[in-house]
Design a binder for this molecule. Sequence first.
Ligand code: NAP
Ligand code: ZN
Length: 346
Amino acid sequence: MIPAKAYAAQSPETDLAPWKFERRDVGAHDVQIEILFCGVCHSDLHQIKNEWFPGIFPMVPGHEIVGKVIKVGDHVKNFKVGELAGVGCMVDSCQVCENCKDGLEQYCLEGNTQTYNNKDRSGNPTYGGYSNTIVVREEFVLRVSDKLPLAATAPLLCAGITTYSPLRHWKVGKGHKLAVLGLGGLGHMGVKFGVAFGAEVTVLSTSPSKEEAAKALGAHHFVVTSDPEQVRAVRGTFDFILDTVSAEHDMNMYLSLLKTDGTMMCVGVPTKPYSIHPFSVLGGRKSLAGSGIGGIPETQEMLDFCAEHNIVSDIELIDIKDITPSYERMVKGDVRYRFVIDMATL
Ligand code: NAP
Ligand code: ZN
């Protein structure tokens, strides 16, 4: 076994604190990565606080991992020691079901193995990226370009792919009016990709103070959702809404902003079920859809697209000892736009 250190939550009631544990030895098909940076996703907080379902504790969150390959197994073909590499939200899947064969490992019919707060296929708990090292089978390790700033690349592994994938799936681009609902970690990547794909992008935000920054990200319009006048002016105007909101919100109101045949693409995971009136979708033949992260081939495509178009996340680099106050700021929407932990501070 490989000794490892991390920040872990011992229970939903306790803050993250230093913890020592062991990673499995590097198997023939495994890659060991020294973790250099890890992004802070709102899912980390949802999970350490048991907001979705009872978690597995101790829990080491973190699924926006970048670092350097430090060891490879004998049968590893695509990675060499010293290269950069990334790991996102999944570390394994059955690899043989129709979804896995289609490169949709996130929808593995047996269930994918999540990077943390899950059991691996031998029944051992998985531990995430707020740690110094990780061992992952080669098929779930991504290539990371050395052309992009590495810390700002980390959030692409979750926030990036989670917004890239639905925009690609629904072919959002030129001629479309796209609204991005919620300008946080996912939302700001949704704006960048929407603009890169040629859509006319509007940010729907509860935070008037984010207007200037939204425009700097490339958004064409900004709507403050607490202002009824501004909301009325965009009713029935969007082809697509990318909903990245992490808390309860009025879905019926937001659905009213879609055009006839418009699609609401939900990626945010509030802690309570949506309450939706049938009239909100049947009037205007609207689609309510969802999307979960992205498969491995598409995650690599997204990373290559970002390297080619010079797209990274806007980040605040933090010391790991500041993780709890950073969560508090994230809940208040006070982050521009992703915290990334400098793992050298562990
Ligand atoms: P985040 O950085 O905290 O951003 C969420 C944003 O939502 C906030 O910045 C805020 O933007 C807006 N918001 C918060 N509370 C709101 C409310 N009550 N009403 C309206 N808007 C509100 O979170 P994130 O890391 O981007 O994650 C967003 C959600 O996506 C989380 O639930 C996370 O678990 C989920 N997620 C899903 C997937 C997937 O595979 N589908 C992957 C990763 C994350 P404004 O200040 O602009 O209003
Ligand atoms: Zn995430």
